[in-house]
Write a protein that binds this ligand. Structure first.
Ligand SMILES: [Zn+2]
Length: 213
């Protein structure tokens, strides 16, 4: 009995040693630093090298998802009056300085007699403008991540994204055929909606010519 127990212990030790010999898994996320002036994430040489490294090591299927999360200070539920407005990306871009989503923060002044879109006031209300989920997913983002990002702006996260965390993550699973190395090269980054047919999002009822508001 004692001998058998020793053999089992030896087997466990051998297995442990074999696992220790396996190279450490490559981190499957590639940071994209945020330009302090423009507030936009940048694809650096390190990002590109990371993409290469991950895709070489990623034997199983998977896909890239981009995530741009706020610092902990602003990463919390918004306590004012929160409104969501889904629109076509081309319409949102007219209001959101060319971005496909944004948060318009409303502050009141003079004892509630005046209001303005201002992130530095009392922030009593916030309108998050964003496209339909399928458009967000086509831009390799998760709708919940976009809402988290915009909610942080409702909470006062400045537009130039100080202390934000931007990264591409490799998520194991079914591939969607997207390769960021082609998508983002050569710089500057292409419009994430370029080439997406307008039929891929639902038409708004009553938005045709001549229809009332
Ligand atoms: Zn932002």
């Amino acid at each position: 009995m004692r001998a058998a127990a020793l053999i089992i212990a030896a087997l466990f030790l051998t297995t442990g040693a074999a696992q220790a010999g396996v190279p450490a898994p490559v981190a499957r996320e590639c940071p994209t630093p945020i330009n302090a002036e423009t507030g936009k994430p940048e694809i650096t040489r390190a990002t590109k090298e990371c993409w290469e490294r991950v895709m070489r090591s990623a034997k199983l299927g998977g896909k890239w998802v981009w995530n741009f999360s706020p610092p902990a200070e602003y990463d919390k539920p918004y306590e004012g009056l929160l409104m969501f407005q889904r629109q076509k990306p081309e319409d949102i871009k007219k209001l959101c300085a060319g971005q496909f989503a944004c948060a318009m923060v409303i502050s009141t002044y003079n004892d509630g007699k005046q209001w303005a879109i201002s992130q530095t006031g009392n922030r009593v209300g916030c309108i998050i403008l964003l496209p339909p989920d399928n458009i967000i997913k086509a831009a390799r983002q998760e709708p919940k991540d976009v809402i988290r990002h915009e909610t942080a702006h409702c909470n006062g996260w400045p537009p130039n994204h100080p202390n934000g965390h931007s990264k591409w993550e490799w998520v194991s699973g079914q591939s969607d055929g997207f390769d960021p190395r082609e998508y983002y090269g050569p710089p500057p980054p292409r419009d994430p909606f370029e080439g997406i047919p307008s039929t891929s999002y639902p038409a708004r009822p009553g938005s045709g010519p001549g229809s009332g508001g």
